[in-house]
Write a protein that binds this ligand. Structure first.
Ligand code: FAD
Length: 425
């Protein structure tokens, strides 16, 4: 066996990779570690918006985590990210209203950095790692990961091979296909049978005033529908490009910026697929393409007023008369009913009506519903142990491997892999 170039290679500088990196450099400072990322700066939620949730189960996949395990590691995540936790007000009032309708409002400890300030946070984290001796290879894509009789390592840009004793693979949601290819080549079994499908709602802050009391209120509705990623202050809906189609998402700037009086949040329904349809990824691609086809190459948007009347929205719907605000992400005005599967739309609409009873105003006719917002992070390898090891020397963590659904859960997943490496798992 040839001697490795590094003790450990970490693929991905997102929160999962950083979680592993901070833990390893703190507890085993003499080990040589290389972090590789295809971008100059990590491209996921740490850079976009950077809302941090410090309460289980937000951001954790429940089949890999217990409350105790998550809480043990969340305190370590907090030490590195040093969040300014936001205050909440009137929680009991909203919780009482929710309970009457069979809805749960979770009490979650939250912090928000904002897209304009997240870069400085990431740079602080990378500088800290550099001062501990971490090496970086940025703007270089890992094209393969191997683990054979000669040891483990990664292939960069299809040509350069870098060897290591252990490899932590944390490529995030956008690394979904890369991870699947690696797993197939290494013969690692995986399942991909869960997908979240839903809409992004945009309205004025006056129509959703709960955001003045609770930054990102987490409502759990019947039929596995939930609110997700609420943005306010200076908030915008944005497009995310995937394999030939666009999905919607949202983000907000920090409180240093003047507000634009808009709020956006996702309402997502979790779908567990069963035989014979098993791939959440394939379903997401199918739904995403259908919506973009109907939207002439873009997602769709519809005003609540039109939806209620059973009419499609048109360019004229978005005038300044009745509808006081222009959409922050003008996509194709149309009819969600043509694109969203009926059962998903029914459950989301039922949830919206309950939400409008808990926070009256959100179903104002001017409210915009964007589609599709889809989360495809359920690419779960068959883990060999509780440290997310998938073969002799390889660990897979973060949203891409289905061990998390958010920044803090991803960071905690990275710590668990690092603990495995240090214990020689
Ligand atoms: C627009 C947007 C906003 C979001 N906002 C929030 C939020 O406010 N709060 C929250 O908790 N979550 C948010 N999320 C979700 C959040 O991004 C993820 O939960 C979290 O970042 C997952 O961490 P990760 O380390 O698994 O992956 P990522 O953060 O996606 O990091 C993976 C890294 O791996 C790199 N990479 C991928 N493939 C390769 C390869 N082949 N070679 C080399 N490098 C590679 C990528 O460039 C990336 O930097 C948001 C996501 C998006 C897209």
């Amino acid at each position: 066996m040839t001697s490795p170039d590094y003790d450990i290679i970490i693929v991905g500088t997102g929160p999962a990779g950083l979680g592993a990196a901070f833990h390893l450099t703190e507890l085993a400072p003499s080990r040589s570690i290389l972090m590789v990322d295809r971008e100059k700066i990590c491209s996921g939620g740490l850079l976009n918006d950077c809302k941090q949730n410090y309460t289980y189960p937000i951001g954790f996949s429940d089949d890999n985590w217990t409350r105790e395990e998550a809480e043990r590691l969340l305190s370590q995540v907090e030490k590195c990210l040093q969040p300014a936790i936001k205050e909440k007000h009137n929680l009991e009032v909203y919780q009482r209203r929710a309970e009457r309708l069979g809805v749960t409002l979770l009490d979650v400890r939250q912090a928000h950095v904002g897209t304009d300030r997240s870069r400085a946070l990431i740079q602080r984290l990378l500088a800290e790692l550099e001062s501990r001796g971490m090496q970086f290879l940025l703007e270089r894509e890992v094209t393969d990961v191997y683990d054979n009789a000669n040891g483990a390592g990664v292939v960069i840009a299809g040509t350069e091979t870098v060897r290591a004793r252990k490899v932590v693979v944390a490529p995030g949601r956008k690394g979904f296909s890369f991870l699947q290819q690696v797993m197939e080549r290494l013969g690692i079994a995986y399942i991909d049978n869960v997908v979240d499908v839903g809409i992004r709602v945009e309205t004025t802050a006056n129509n959703y005033p709960i955001v003045n009391d609770y930054y990102d209120p987490k409502f759990l509705f019947p039929d596995r529908v939930r609110t997700f990623c609420t943005n306010s202050g200076h908030a915008r809906v944005v497009l995310e490009r995937y394999q030939g189609f666009s999905l919607v998402n949202g983000h907000a700037l920090s409180t240093a910026h003047a507000g634009n009086n808009l709020v956006n949040f996702a309402l997502l329904k979790t779908i567990g697929l069963k035989d014979p349809v098993r791939s959440g990824q394939q379903m997401a691609v199918f739904l995403g393409r259908l919506a973009n086809e109907i939207g002439g190459g873009m997602p769709l948007m519809q005003r609540v007023g039109d939806f209620r009347m059973g009419k499609r929205s048109t360019a004229e719907t978005f005038n300044e008369d009745l509808y006081a605000f222009p959409p922050s992400c003008p996509v194709t005005a149309g009819d969600l009913g043509l694109a969203v599967p009926a059962k998903i739309m029914r459950h989301i609409w039922a949830a919206l009506k309950k939400l409008d009873t808990i926070v009256p105003g959100v179903l104002h006719p001017s409210t915009v519903m964007y589609y599709p917002e889809i989360k495809m992070y359920a690419n779960k390898p068959a883990f060999l142990d509780g440290h997310f090891r998938v073969s002799g020397n390889i660990y897979m963590v973060g949203d891409g491997a289905g061990t998390s659904r958010g920044i803090t859960g991803a960071w905690a997943s990275g710590i668990r892999a690092a603990e495995g490496i240090l214990q020689g798992s």
